[in-house]
Design a protein around this ligand. Structure first.
Ligand code: F6P
Length: 527
């Protein structure tokens, strides 16, 4: 790939931005009655509207030229083909293989991984069916009623989001709980109302070494053992989703109760793998397959649609336009659905852990700012908190508005009110409303947004939506010349926490800066 910042299109975009800084989106609509048709995309069950952006035909042309000349299409094909594009870890990047067609061939080091993927999916299907149908019992013969997923980051956010999003499809006997935080109340408050005889723990960890997850897993194990006082209970109440067989066995979970995946699945891209086991337990294997099939449809679209009509590519290029040319360092995601409450958190990890980087794949400092700061909350709630800032702050940031047209929850008045609010906000942000007499009531408008409307919040539509964001993040990382698939930035804090933990245990602070020493002394005194 060529460094995008060195390409003529980058410079051309810089010049073009000066002109577009002065352009109001309202005027772009006034000048072109066909704007919505030109800049919105209709995919099966999804409409993505990009017309409320500060762009015209020239912007789009320059952005797509930039992507082509940088070699985006070649790099996309390399990812799908299983090339080791995660160079700092020497790994392929193949979350797309997890949802590929059963008869596809995707090779890593000459080995077709699709049969492996299908084998694990089959094992998950068998296990989920047994639990759901009451064939799999707890150690004392009780049906399982509660599933506790112990995992953090990608081993929690994806499954939690998808499980919550698809609440209407849950098995009536089952409830899923997600414990991520090592702060004691997270696990304690989850367990306080559960019966060890009816609880199934999924220890979800790619590495099976993540400190918080292991700490919580051992406490959950002790909680179960304290009830049964028999090691054999573990086989009926603990399963694992991981790539690390040895560590799973060392923890006491038999390989039969382990659902494996592979190093070519990044944590934040792993909801499609065995990490999605809690989702499958809650919604059933067929709906999980539908979730995968929605993502597969988006993969096909991403691979085959021309860049100008490619939803994840357009999302990515517009993000670059705002981040690098129109000086907008943040970006908001507002799902108008209470069941998508965890979407902003999921996207924060997906995007910020992937693209919050300062060096290129070659280890040189990046030539331009990379991934933006992401924030969000469900609408309409967010309208009553930070929307003031979105409408009237001197800083404008792009917003993604997401809604499902149809609601399963039946109250038509509520859904109409929701959609009216959804439309009103993006319209108000874009058009604004002048008020010279009362400046505090003045709305400048010209605040850009993408609107994503899915027909309904079904497994397939949700799969499409999440895969679209994954590919968006990939495209941006390509153009910024960074490796979107490692996360070395989380390491330093982990290493320091290990040392500090021992020092706190022994009440013996080591060598630290004055602030950290002062804080440690305070903690040691008080606890
Ligand atoms: O610390 C960051 C991270 O490595 C994430 O990338 C990952 O999703 C999370 O921790 C959990 O990792 P694991 O699944 O290995 O426990």
């Amino acid at each position: 790939m060529t460094e995008a910042t060195t390409l003529p299109a980058w410079q051309a975009l810089k010049n073009h931005a000066q002109e577009m800084q002065k352009t109001h989106i309202r005027d772009l609509f006034a000048a072109d009655g066909a704007r919505f048709g030109k800049y919105s995309l209709q995919l099966p069950g999804m409409l993505a509207d990009f017309s409320k952006h500060r762009m015209n035909a020239e912007t789009l042309d320059l952005l797509c030229t930039l992507a082509r000349e940088a070699g985006l299409e070649e790099r996309r094909d390399a990812m799908f083909a299983g090339e080791k594009i995660n160079t700092s870890e020497n790994r392929a990047v193949l979350h797309t293989a997890l949802r590929a067609a059963k008869d596809a061939t995707v090779e890593v080091d000459g080995h077709n991984v699709i049969p492996d993927v299908q084998k694990v999916l089959g094992a998950m299907r068998g296990f989920a069916g047994d639990v759901r149908h009451g064939k799999w019992k707890g150690f004392s013969g009780e049906d399982i009623t509660d599933i506790v997923n112990i995992g953090i980051g990608g081993s929690s956010l994806g499954p939690q989001l998808v499980t919550q999003a698809l609440a209407e499809y849950h098995h009536p006997r089952l409830t899923a709980h997600y414990v991520a935080n090592v702060e004691a109340s997270d696990l304690a408050r989850t367990l306080q109302n559960l019966s060890p005889e009816k609880t199934l723990f999924i220890i979800a960890s790619k590495t099976f070494t993540t400190a918080e997850t292991m700490q919580n897993a051992h406490i959950a194990r002790a909680w179960t053992m304290a009830h049964y006082k028999d090691e054999k209970c573990i086989a009926k109440h603990f399963v694992a989703a991981s790539t690390n067989t040895d560590a799973v066995i060392a923890f006491g979970i038999a390989p039969d109760n382990m659902f494996p995946f592979w190093d070519w699945v990044g944590g934040r891209y792993s909801v499609w793998s065995a990490i999605g086991l809690s989702v499958m337990l809650m919604i059933g294997a067929d709906r999980f397959e539908a979730f995968l099939s929605g993502a597969r449809a988006m993969d096909e679209h991403f691979k085959t649609a021309p860049l100008e009509k490619n939803a994840p590519v357009l999302m990515a290029l517009l993000g670059i336009w705002y981040r690098n040319f129109l000086d907008m360092p943040a970006y908001a995601v507002i799902p108008y659905h209470a069941c998508l409450a965890r979407l902003p958190a999921f996207l924060q990890q997906l995007d910020m852990e992937s693209n919050g980087k300062s060096v290129t794949r070659e280890g040189k400092p990046v030539a331009a700012p990379t991934g933006p700061m992401i924030f969000g909350e469900p609408g309409t709630d967010a309208q009553h908190s930070f929307f003031q800032w979105l409408h009237q702050s001197p800083d404008a940031v792009p917003v993604d508005f997401i809604a499902a047209v149809k609601s399963v929850y039946g109250n038509k008045d509520q859904q109409r009110m929701l959609l009216a609010n959804f439309l009103a906000q993006s319209e108000a942000l874009m058009t604004g409303r002048e008020n010279k007499e009362e400046p505090h009531r003045n709305f400048t408008g010209n605040r850009p947004s993408t609107t994503i409307l899915i027909d309904d919040l079904s497994p397939a539509r949700l799969g499409m939506l999440l895969a679209m964001y994954e590919h968006k993040v990939f495209v941006q990382g390509c153009l910024w010349g960074i490796n979107s698939f490692d996360q070395w930035g989380v390491e330093l804090g982990k290493v320091m926490a290990k040392a500090l933990e021992a020092e706190l245990k022994n009440a013996a602070p080591g060598t630290h800066d004055g602030s950290t020493l002062g804080l440690m002394k305070h903690i040691i005194e008080i606890k």
